[in-house]
Design a protein around this ligand. Sequence first.
Ligand code: MSP
Length: 653
Amino acid sequence: MPKSNSCKKVYITTPIYYVNDVPHIGHAYTTIIADTLARYSRLKGYDTFFLTGTDEHGQKIEEAARQRGKTPNEYADEISAKFKSLWDEFEISYDKFIRTTDEEHIKGVQKAFEVMYEKGDIYKDMYEGFYCVSCETFWTKTQLLDSHLCPDCGKETRVVKEESYFFKLSKYQDRLLEWYKSSETNILPKAKKNEIINFVKDGLSDLSITRVSFDWGIKLPKSINDPKHVMYVWLDALLNYITALGYGSDEKRMGYWHNVTHLVGKDILRFHAIYWPAFLMSLELDMPKHIAAHGWWTRNGEKMSKSKGNVVNPKEVADAYGLENFRYFMLREVPFGQDGDFSQKALIERINSNLGNDLGNLLNRIIGMSGKYNNYQISSNDVKKYYKKELDEAEEILDGIENYIYDMQLHRYLEQLWRVLTLANQSITIHEPWTKMKEGKEDEALALVALVANLLAKVTILLSPVMPKTSDKIAKALGFEINTNAYEQIFKNGKLLDDFVIEKIPALFPRIEKELLSSDTPKEKIKEMSAAKKESKPLDEKSDDGLITIDQFFQTKLKVGTIIEAEELPKSDRLLLLKVDIGENAPRQVVAGIKEFYAPSDLIDTQICLVSNLKPAKIMGYRSEGMLLAAKDKDGLTLIRPESRKRSGTAIG
Ligand code: MSP
């Protein structure tokens, strides 16, 4: 992505995904990062083209289809559709979904082969070596593990001896090394770039780019007239980045081939940072500007694999926890380039803490204070007069934040936004607008509310590429719309919000108490849970003088209970052991400190109010699973009971 407005055409790509298996969290990660970059670029007003798609040829797909009794075509259609529909459900803002079985792509690949061949960069010979079908990669004997295993995935390789066309990769070795040195070349992370440079310095062999032992691939151009060869799947696949722009057919979008960002996983960086630039040099096309390689997701520290049954299904996570929460988590949790571990615990922690407490609650506080102090009206008129220091501090934090985008440090980018949220939350604590109201300094209190609304507005604009819908909702509540103009005015030029009446909107991040996914959680249950989550109650005004929100109140689950057993606890003057029916399968055991005031026999079959979601505790060796409500004063203790009899388990509230 360009740093300045001088070049406004931007091209962002994901890898194209193999159709040998359904999408998993790794695919979602690459796609979500690319989508965030594309949205960011559009927010800046750049003319952006975002490409994703599926990689459908090659031996791996042919064999996967055969194992399932399908033709490669049928199988590719089926799995490619799954990727496309997942991205549609995830609202991935791609401009084109390419399939390597598309006619336009096939034509473009054949054209590129012809150009390289005519240039003298392709020749025919015999290939003798090893091949890993899983990685679709050629290896020499010395590169193998234990002389027979693939050094990348550890799987068994196959001996290959067949006629093949070769690409003169060795010819481009020096030019590649020159290119890596250029300041224009941004291969990330930097440590990986050095690995690539060392690999190239060690010497490049020419690359086999056709196969004859199977059929499922693109044929060579007619002009070469050698029908038994199909193209090597990596040549076919890499070329998707230009055929999607019309290379070899109508060329209509080739204008985007200028400011190119390829997003890839670390396992396929070598193909993108060595083979691909060499092919482009041969085709005399511009080099990509950024090639950024992210790390891998593991599950509880282990590599994900179908055989271990620990593959995370991105749709289930998004359904259970919310798509945008999941996006935020993935980008915030792991520094770009490093491996990350997926755990629900970490995801819940991020949602409750970063999103619920820091972001959601801030909006809550603004709504509450503005409602209480000024009938929900907010005006920025006095913000600079009273709180210039805070505005300047926010500006300082946000200054240069865009560099984190260019360096793909999305976790840092989000951290900076959260620093501004902390500044906003702390400003409320420090300046105590409720005290100012009491002291008659109404202007200052209202200006503080407006300051915080303005800080939140800036954060919201910059958060929108990561959490588009949530940001739109917050912006709407704050009386503006997120678009390039808002980005320019509010973020770049520091314009303050126009006067507005804040909208009371439902809580954005209802608290999540327990893990919503388990290997045996049925899908229906997940849907039910996520539906319940979405139906969260609207916000009520939250005051900032020690009062709680209605949401917070409802975190306590009160129920009507019927006491069905009561006995004294031996050795205790204070405690009774009760069994209370609250409409569940089994009664709750409750240890209650009411012995001085009630005889056990008087309690049987009477009703009480029970706090039903307290963490169970052990009292004098007995488990206690709830607490009775009671009122106590100098005259003694009395239990709080429903005025008339209610069904056991009836909710109170
Ligand atoms: N078809 C090739 C890419 C061709 S691009 C011209 C391919 N496909 S893939 O489906 O196997 O992988 C696509 C991407 O998913 C890669 O970038 C890979 O790094 C990423 N991931 C696959 N598993 C992953 C994790 N467990 N974690 C993160 N990303 C991983 O390679």
